[in-house]
Design a protein around this ligand. Structure first.
Ligand code: UDP
Length: 339
């Protein structure tokens, strides 16, 4: 297939492009590089031996998106391009709603113009909101979130669901990610946020590298076995493979499907810190601080639907996640093979 990947230079997008190219799909990236670097394209080529077509512009730019569809016979799209910082979205809601909703609508409109009927959308476990019990199942009501960022995911899921109702020959797969961490085993691709990281693993890596003094664990008094929050961390390469499987499913189906991509297991912040220390033989300075606003004590995926519908399940261990994250963060090459 020929696949358009918006946001294909970003953390999850770039790993997905690698899997698409390795599987023999022609791949076209549209990315404005607002939160990614140009050399990611070279790195993808180094890993796969193939260079994806690359266009640098905002996916909400309709004229330029039309040109891309006019120049390539695009069979399917994977839509990653979005702002994704939860805290920032609370401070800048209009920017988040404008950017995230605009690019999704623009992409859908241009897909319709060019008769492209397969879309994989980058959604999030945040759509389950604060009131559903875990493990989260796809049929639970996904009607609220706790930040403007999360609401953009809820709203785009709604838009796609309504679109499929009106166009039953369209296929939209809504992939609800849990907590992706880890990096490509080459050490060439990974999570490299601008500024001080918000997410746990990039923060841990900056502390390990001595760029930040210590990790603050947000809350040690949650109703969990060790008092710290539990999440379903999954390896970004597993997540990328999940997109490939979703695309293969979409090729042969119509309709809308929400699918969780997670391991089905929760681990705590403290457990992840300890696993990182052990996997990389590093002592990580940390303190237990106050809770962070908006954090839920614990959640993880029910991973059955992905297994049944896509034949997908996460296969990398927490150790792999910790080793590959650190390998990328220190800009190195693998010292030994991954277990
Ligand atoms: N966390 C932490 N310290 C940090 C960043 C995150 O203790 O500096 C915790 C956070 O409270 C949550 C978990 O790590 O329990 C995962 O947070 P992250 O922001 O990576 O993802 P989220 O689950 O919020 O989407």
């Amino acid at each position: 297939m020929t696949v358009l990947v918006t946001g294909g230079a970003g953390y999850i997008g770039s790993h997905t492009v690698v899997e698409l190219l390795n599987a023999g799909h022609e791949t076209i990236i549209v990315d404005d590089l607002s939160n990614a670097k140009l050399d990611v394209i070279d790195r993808i080529e180094t890993i796969t031996g193939k260079r994806p077509a690359f266009y640098q512009f905002d996916a909400a730019d309709k004229e330029r998106l039309r040109d891309v569809f006019a120049n390539h016979k695009i069979d399917a799209a994977i839509h990653f391009a979005a702002f994704k910082a939860v805290g920032e979205s609370v401070r800048k809601p209009l920017q988040y709603y404008r950017n995230n909703i605009d690019s999704a609508l623009t992409l859908l409109e241009v897909m319709e113009e060019f008769g492209c009927k397969k879309l994989v959308f980058s959604s999030s476990a945040t759509v389950y909101g604060p009131n559903n019990p875990h493990p989260y199942k796809e049929e639970m009501p996904a009607i609220q979130s706790s930040s403007p960022y999360g609401w953009t995911k809820v709203m785009i899921e709604r838009i796609l669901t309504d679109y499929v109702t009106a166009h039953p020959d369209f296929c939209a797969i809504l992939l609800r990610y849990f907590n992706p961490i880890g990096a490509h085993e080459s050490g060439l691709l990974g999570d490299d946020p601008n500024g001080i990281p918000n997410n746990l693993m990039p923060y841990i890596c900056r502390v390990a590298a001595g760029q930040l003094e210590k990790l603050t664990i947000f809350g040690g008094d949650y109703p969990t076995p060790d008092g710290t929050c539990q999440r379903d961390y999954l390896h970004v390469v597993d997540l990328a493979v999940g997109h490939l499987k979703a695309l293969e499913y979409a090729e042969n189906h119509n309709g809308v499907e929400a699918i969780n991509l997670g391991t089905g297991n929760g681990i705590s912040v403290l457990e992840l810190v300890t696993a990182f220390e052990k996997a990389n033989n590093i002592k990580l300075p940390y303190v237990i601080g106050p809770r962070r606003d908006g954090d839920l004590p614990a959640f993880w995926a029910d991973a059955e639907k992905a297994r049944n519908l896509l034949g997908w399940e996460a296969s990398h261990s927490v150790k792999d996640m910790c080793r590959s994250s650190w390998l990328f963060a220190k800009g190195g090459t693998p010292e030994s093979s991954f277990s």
